[in-house]
Design a protein around this ligand. Sequence first.
Ligand SMILES: CC(C)(COP(=O)(O)OP(=O)(O)OC[C@H]1O[C@@H](n2cnc3c(N)ncnc32)[C@H](O)[C@@H]1OP(=O)(O)O)[C@@H](O)C(=O)NCCC(=O)NCCS
Length: 262
Amino acid sequence: MDEESVKAEPPARNSEQLIMRPATKADLDSITWIVEGGFPDDPGCSYKYPYRAEYPADFWKWTRREYEEYLDQPEKYVTLVTTAPVSVDGGKTVTHKPVSLAVWDISVETKSNGSDLGIDKRRDANPGHMRVYASTMAYAFEKYFVRYGERQIHLAWLITHPDFRRRGAGTMLCDWGRDMASQRGWMWTVIASPMGMSLYQHLGWNMVGTETIRVQEEDESVDIYIMEERFKPAGWQASVVTPIATLASLSFGALYYIFGRT
Ligand SMILES: CC(C)(COP(=O)(O)OP(=O)(O)OC[C@H]1O[C@@H](n2cnc3c(N)ncnc32)[C@H](O)[C@@H]1OP(=O)(O)O)[C@@H](O)C(=O)NCCC(=O)NCCS
């Protein structure tokens, strides 16, 4: 589909018309279009790829490859898209198009097979910034999240195209992770941008720290926000668990009273 013809038509604004589904390789152009339009609102984008306006083909090529690599590792990454109805052909045809994406790392201890994303070949990037960004993210993950081991679902990417924001696409994708974490009794973790932080705080999730990404001796920097949430396992009910816990502690107290003092 021609991305320009989609942009020309105003999209439907009804969030109930959004549909979430697993992404496939047939979505790669749409995914790259979402990233090209939406990622620049994350300060990390301009930090790592300051020359993307001069070299849009490089940004497109390596972004597309990055998401293809996620799709090539389904045992580690779950890539989801939310689609919205858009009219094309001057309003004659309505079709569903991916407008938002999420990549969840569901096996954080499995090593990623990803490439180096062209760090020393691409002309849109600042290689030093790419390196310090990656090393600070790894440091933050180690500091805050390694303790949870495999028992976590980690949000690696979440982006909604600017033309389709504030109608629930990001929330829908986050809900998928919340449900999975809740079913497994796992932690939900993310290292967030400022816009991501606003969404996750709206969802009620906790900020546990911040870190700053910076090359020594440089003024330019990017702040990242460490967020997590522990969901109660599915089936957990306060009305059942609380009385059992109370009974157990009462019994323990009674036993201590009878035998503990002898
Ligand atoms: C963060 C992002 C994915 C949110 O996507 P979205 O589809 O617009 O999110 P939703 O529509 O589900 O937002 C739900 C709620 O989150 C909060 N929220 C979302 N974006 C917000 C923003 N920019 N500022 C303040 N609150 C925001 C609001 O409370 C919103 O509800 P409301 O629209 O009724 O006020 C999107 O802004 C984006 O792509 N940003 C750039 C890339 C990025 O930084 N991604 C996050 C990486 S961690």
